[in-house]
Design a protein around this ligand. Structure first.
Ligand code: S3P
Length: 178
């Protein structure tokens, strides 16, 4: 997994990994602002994620995702940002996030599926096997982008504590190697 020093804190991981639950708590612990990429897209376009997929298709959603991300990352003050589960599949997103700190929330596919199977997320409609394949494929991108992985199948407060500790350890490692 790669290591970065500065920049924004980006939470990645599959749908259901708790990015939008852990994100605000992490932001509060660090006194950062929190943003959710999906919410920013919805606010910018005035349409729900499900409607975007239905009316305009996934490719348009990915383009809008890239645009909203680019705007959020241009903020001068570090923030905590929850990415969408599929955003790192876009090579242009991948290059945009290079100088930021990416944290990967991970759990077994079944645990993630259990959390999202009743949700209105458009890609959940494709079923468990498609979700499993998606998770399998995306793991590579998550692993390549992230500084470290955290088990998200536990209490959000514990996840936040773990992330804060790991961030401290990474900061120290980084300073020692300078
Ligand atoms: C998606 C995940 C969703 C949302 C969209 C597509 C994906 O975000 O961006 O439905 O491709 O995994 P969450 O990961 O926040 O559910």
């Amino acid at each position: 997994m790669s290591r970065n020093i500065d920049g924004h804190l980006l939470l990645t991981g599959m749908m259901g990994s708790g990015k939008s639950t852990v994100g605000p708590k992490l932001a509060q612990a660090l006194h950062y602002s929190f943003y959710d990429l999906d919410d920013e897209i919805v606010a910018a376009k005035g349409v729900s994620i499900a409607e975007i997929f239905e009316r305009y298709g996934e490719a348009t959603f990915r383009q809008w995702e890239l645009e909203s991300l680019s705007q959020l990352l241009s903020q001068p003050v570090p923030v905590v940002l929850a990415l969408g589960g599929g955003s790192l599949g876009n090579e242009r997103v991948f290059s945009l996030i290079q100088h930021h700190q990416v944290i990967w929330l991970e759990a077994p596919t079944e645990a993630l599926w259990h959390r999202v199977c009743d949700s209105p997320r458009p890609l959940v409609k494709r079923g468990l096997e498609a979700f499993r394949r998606m998770h399998q494929q995306r793991r590579k991108a998550y692993a390549k982008a992230a500084m470290f992985q955290v088990d998200c199948n536990q209490d959000p407060d514990i996840i936040v504590r773990t992330i804060v500790e790991k961030l401290g350890a990474h900061g120290n490692e980084q300073r020692n190697s300078d």
